[in-house]
Design a protein around this ligand. Structure first.
Ligand code: CA
Length: 364
């Protein structure tokens, strides 16, 4: 961010008072117009869900506080104003000025957008932030979304997810055949290629679908949220790792016309609040997952399992094929994939001599 914008953003929050005893010239470009804005934010999340849901509420609260009430945002849970998985269209059409959801829910309409959430066997949470903020991905995102009349920022992420809850053991590739599983995004497509029947339902419907046997398996997020949805009471086997979502990012999407009506200082406040929530939510998940996993480890009705090696190998092969096919037919997917994979190769080499090596010694 340019220093001028940053200083402007902070100074504006203090408002006119800071400039009261200076000449008009000294304060030019920093004085607030005083105009106020009331926006709606639609989200995909069940009401009050810790992490993703409360993160969206935090974002609205921080923007309102930092702007001294000049930008007020009313947050709607999934289904309250528009259906949970229709945030993209609602923000595009201006039904709401702002949205908080995952870009990969809209892969049918904007296939390349899933790169901004997660791709199978892609970047972890801290790596994807590095790619956004330093690897040029945020600029690519803005360029890509401009054609849809949107601008978006990373605004929260969950870290490495879990492979999901299963009502039966997965001991080999054969056990995947015909399994009905809730798993969205490219991960879902890969599962489908591996023999699974892929289903997408919003978070609020997973528990009932799994408990009634309408589906045999479901991935949602990780221990912190899965326990809050009660998924440990709907299935016995909890598999890891979340190969399909190694560090999924949530987006704050904004209608570009609405964005352009904001003065620069309010735009800076929105951008800074998104960054703050992005860090805050990552920290919340690291802590919350550790606490919830401890609870699950003590639960006699839950069995924690690692996916068998041959299953992970098949999923990785199918992921590479799915990604190659997407890149072949979608120019933006190719552009994003080239950028991501170039960084990922170098980052993998770096992680081998840093976190992976260190953690192996710390934990073993
Ligand atoms: Ca997930």
């Amino acid at each position: 961010m340019k220093r001028r914008e940053f200083v402007g953003g902070l100074a504006m929050a203090a408002g006119v008072a800071a400039c009261a005893d200076k000449s008009a010239e000294d304060c030019s470009g920093t004085v607030s117009s005083g105009e106020t804005f009331e926006w709606n934010m639609v989200t995909s999340w069940p009401p009050g869900l810790p992490g993703v849901g409360t993160g969206a509420e935090n974002l609205a609260r921080r923007i309102e506080a930092a702007s001294a009430g000049r930008l007020k945002i009313k947050v709607y849970a999934g289904g309250e104003l528009v259906p949970a998985l229709e945030v993209f269209d609602a923000v595009r059409s201006g039904t709401a000025q702002m949205g908080h959801d995952a870009s990969y829910y809209h892969r049918g309409k904007v296939p390349a957008a899933q790169y901004f959430t997660a791709i199978p066997f892609g970047l972890t949470g801290s790596e994807i932030n590095a790619w956004f903020y330093y690897g040029g991905a945020l600029e690519l995102w803005h360029e890509y979304y401009d054609q849809f009349g949107l601008i978006a920022f990373p605004a929260g992420q969950t870290g490495v997810q879990m492979a999901g809850w299963f009502n039966k053991e997965i001991n080999s590739v054969a056990d995947l055949q015909g399994l009905k599983m809730r798993i969205p995004g490219l991960g879902g497509e890969v599962m489908q290629r591996a023999g699974v029947t892929q289903i997408t339902v919003p978070g609020s419907e997973i528990f009932t679908a799994l408990q009634t046997g309408a589906i045999d398996a479901a991935e949602w997020i990780g221990p912190y949220n899965d326990v809050s949805l009660g998924l440990h009471k709907a299935a016995r086997y909890y598999y890891y790792p979340g190969w399909h979502e190694p560090g999924p990012t949530l987006q704050c999407s904004i209608n570009k016309e609405a964005w352009n009506t904001l003065p620069e200082d309010l735009q800076s406040i929105v951008e800074l609040a998104c960054q703050a929530v992005n860090l805050d939510m990552q920290s919340e998940y690291i802590y919350g997952n550790a606490m919830a996993l401890d609870q699950l480890n003590k639960d006699p009705n839950v069995e924690l399992r690692e996916l068998p090696e041959d299953v992970l190998e098949l999923l990785q092969e199918e992921s590479e094929k799915a990604i190659a096919e997407l890149s072949a037919k979608n120019e933006w997917a190719k552009r994003l994939h080239d950028s991501l994979s170039n960084f990922q190769a170098k980052s993998s080499a770096n992680l081998l001599v840093s976190e992976i090596s260190y953690l192996k010694h710390r934990i073993d």
